[in-house]
Design a protein around this ligand. Structure first.
Ligand SMILES: [Zn+2]
Length: 178
């Protein structure tokens, strides 16, 4: 994209918020950029602080947000059920659509294949996008570490699952059988 030629010259602004005003950017030519250093931002539904870099590009009708962020989330270790904190890398591109073209006043309907988030009152709120990527980035069965002690079974008797496996292994399946 030739419009990105000026990337290196775009000053990097610091933001401690995931709510960013884009009303001026929306009135600038296609290809206009904003670059941000996201520093300890918090958002609703997001457990940890969000850090990293964010680039906002004015497209034909929208704002394309390119994020390289990191955050953390608390979860339970699948082995010992202790609460653990997981660091997550969040890289995404998401488009934010104003309801109306700032200059011409025409209503903007995002094409379905480019649906994304809304620009509300001239602002984009990255919280919901970050929250969604945090959920997607969560490991299915997190572990506290390679030395996870596992569940303390000293007080319990036979775990239920053993009985089920025993029943399964009792089934004899003959692959050649007919
Ligand atoms: Zn564990």
């Amino acid at each position: 994209m030739t419009a990105e030629g000026g990337t290196a010259n775009t000053p990097v602004r610091r933001t401690t918020s995931l709510l960013i005003n884009v009303s001026t950017l929306l009135q600038e030519p296609i290809g206009s950029l904003r670059r941000f250093d996201v520093d300890g931002a918090r958002g609703s539904g997001i457990n940890g602080a969000v850090n990293g870099s964010l680039r906002l590009l004015r497209t034909d009708q929208s704002i394309l947000a390119t994020a390289e962020l990191s955050s953390s989330v608390t979860d339970l270790c699948g082995g010992c059920l202790e609460e653990i904190e997981l660091d997550l890398e969040l890289s995404f591109d998401e488009e934010f659509w104003p309801s109306m073209d700032f200059i011409t006043g025409t209503v903007i309907e995002p094409p379905p294949e480019r649906a994304g988030f809304a620009v509300i009152d001239g602002q984009i709120d990255l919280s919901e996008a970050v929250r969604q990527y945090v959920e997607m980035g969560r490991p299915m069965s997190p572990r506290c570490g390679s030395d996870c002690p596992g569940l303390d079974t000293s007080t319990s008797t036979e775990p239920l699952v053993d009985a089920r496996w025993a029943a399964l292994s009792a089934l004899k399946i003959d692959p050649e059988g007919d």
